[in-house]
Design a protein around this ligand. Structure first.
Ligand SMILES: Nc1ncnc2c1ncn2[C@@H]1O[C@H](COP(=O)(O)OP(=O)(O)OP(=O)(O)O)[C@@H](O)[C@H]1O
Length: 521
């Protein structure tokens, strides 16, 4: 029995045509088998409905059965758990099959399948279904695959982050799973990365410091309102699909950006950093939480109408020694060649700054965005930067200069069409390793504090009135959905700092129907 051999096909063809289901031209790699278990035919324990359709004569001739649970691919990157039951005439033969498959699965467990997981559930994420999703859809799969879990239902925001940072006995686990949305994922990243740095004596406050990669993988069971990270790394936000990726022990490295202000660590970002338009949308929507999810559309429309621009200088370190560019037509997919080639070549801080060719762009910007992944989501299937890579050690810096409302609308609409959103005179995009933003008229923090109170009132009035032509001096940074308190920031990409229990988005077979042929009897 070989790992990738069409194991059951040969069993069926050679000896046991009494299968409940024909698998003509269908093979399952052992790496996608979840579990194998005996079926007690005599006692009538039939957890497979198809078993009952077996003619009596056949069950008598082949009374020994076993069931194999495996991953079956459905449409649009969805995975589901399927069972197939095999029948033998001899008990010894059945035992041989079960033992052989179990040996294969044990070998996989030794290599990369998790055996013990720490699970955090946010009961308040998305539609507040986190606990129910875990109990009904995920826990039974983990149990079937003999994965043991310690489950913590969070009691407040940052519970998971703080527990991971200090208390959690991480040595006991093979991975950390969060049940929630992007905010919950961000908590796990902050907890794990901070803990890893502390244990390795790395000072997070130094922007120049090379961070130590986390050894534990992170699984995301989507139960939030947007689930962008899940969508961009799996291709779908489906709890069962994500649980199956955890069980088979997938591993996808991912870059993480560190954000600093004045040599002080602010936050980590793994998807989008946005100043101007996306910062203003988030800041406005936070003030309108009472509106529920409708606030995003409302704030988006309002921010579009206000059309504020912000002056400043963006300096950046272009990633020059790489194969990919932000204008590529190819996409980051499972087994991505660019991530494997460019990622390991990029070492944070490996080149002294004076030898590097930093570029500077000054001007008035409607938006400054840094996309560390495509940021694709159901609303924008190609995302902010469709060719961005998960693990190449770079972020795509998108600068949208001041332009007319009409042109900005054209740019925004292109995110939802096939047209290139970067092919516009007022838009430029650079693939970078690091960047800084300094707003014009930037004052240090103490000066800002003095002026803050007086200005606040007027900037609030301006923000709330789309017709006001007076642009406030500063926007806010939207850091993966959280507002940052400072406009002047310094960002560095840390190549492959974390690993997820995914494999990246799999290429869709050209003809989906042929990939999963209907079962013939
Ligand atoms: N028990 C809790 N009570 C209140 N807030 C919590 C709790 N546990 C976690 N949180 C916070 O809730 C915030 C939102 O959670 P989460 O990301 O799971 O859902 P969401 O915001 O609906 O989804 P998305 O981030 O995908 O839009 C997170 O920032 C997290 O810090």
């Amino acid at each position: 029995v070989h790992r990738d051999l069409p194991l059951f096909l040969s069993l069926m063809n050679d000896q046991h045509r009494s299968l409940t289901r024909s698998l003509i031209s269908h093979s399952v790699s052992v790496s996608e088998i979840l579990a194998v278990r005996e079926l007690d035919v005599d006692g009538g324990t039939k957890d497979d409905g198809r078993w009952q359709k077996m003619p009596q004569k056949l069950t008598e001739a082949y009374p020994y059965a076993f069931t194999v649970s495996y991953v079956e691919r459905a449409r649009q990157h969805r995975w589901q758990c399927s069972d197939v039951t095999f029948h033998c005439s001899e008990g010894a033969l059945r035992q041989q099959w079960i033992q052989t498959i179990r040996e294969q699965l044990t070998a996989l467990s030794m290599a990369d399948r998790p055996k013990h997981l720490l699970v955090y559930i946010n009961p308040h994420g998305g539609k507040q279904q986190g606990e129910c999703i875990y109990e009904q859809k995920v826990a039974p799969l983990f149990a079937c695959a003999s994965i043991s879990t310690d489950v913590i239902v969070t009691e407040h925001a940052n519970h998971a982050r703080d527990h991971l940072k200090t208390e959690a006995e991480l040595k006991k686990y093979d991975g950390v799973v969060c049940v929630g949305g992007d905010g919950m994922f961000s908590e796990i990243v902050h907890g794990l990365v901070s803990r890893t740095q502390r244990e390795n004596g790395v000072d997070q406050n130094s922007p120049e410091e090379k961070l130590v990669p986390c050894s534990l993988r992170i699984g995301i069971i989507p139960a939030g309102s947007t689930d962008c990270i899940c969508y961009a790394t799996v291709g779908i936000n489906d709890p069962v699909t994500s649980a199956l990726h955890v069980i088979v022990g997938d591993s996808q490295p991912m870059d993480v950006c560190s954000v600093h202000h004045n040599n002080t660590f602010l936050r980590y970002s793994s998807s989008l950093l946005g100043y101007g338009f996306y910062g203003d949308v988030l800041a406005d929507s936070e003030r309108k939480r009472w509106m529920g999810p409708a606030r995003y559309n409302f704030s988006g429309f309002k921010t579009f109408l206000t059309h504020h621009h912000y002056e400043g200088a963006v300096s950046f370190l272009p990633a020059t020694d790489i194969l990919g560019t932000p204008r590529d037509k190819t996409r980051c997919r499972a087994g991505c060649f660019i991530c494997q080639h460019d990622g390991p070549n990029l070492c944070f801080c490996s080149i002294p700054e004076y030898e590097m060719g930093w570029g500077v762009v000054r001007g008035k910007f409607l938006a400054i965005n840094a996309a560390s992944m495509s940021c694709a989501c159901p609303r924008s299937p190609k995302g902010l930067s469709p060719a961005a890579h998960l693990a190449d050690g770079t972020t795509d810096l998108i600068l949208v200069r001041k332009c007319s409302r009409f042109n900005f609308l054209r740019h925004l609409l292109r995110h939802t069409s096939k047209d290139d959103q970067f092919d516009m005179t007022f838009v430029e995009v650079h693939r970078v390793r690091r960047f800084r933003f300094t707003p014009r008229h930037w004052q240090n923090d103490s000066e800002l504090d003095l002026r803050e109170n007086g200005k606040q009132l007027f900037s609030q009035i301006c923000r709330d009135h789309p017709a006001c032509s007076c642009s406030p001096a500063y926007s806010s940074w939207n850091c993966d959905g959280e507002i940052l308190p400072h406009a002047a920031i310094e960002v560095g990409v840390h190549c492959q700092l974390i690993k997820l229990f995914t494999r990246g988005i799999e290429e869709q077979p050209l003809f989906e129907d042929l990939a999963n042929p209907p079962c013939a009897l």
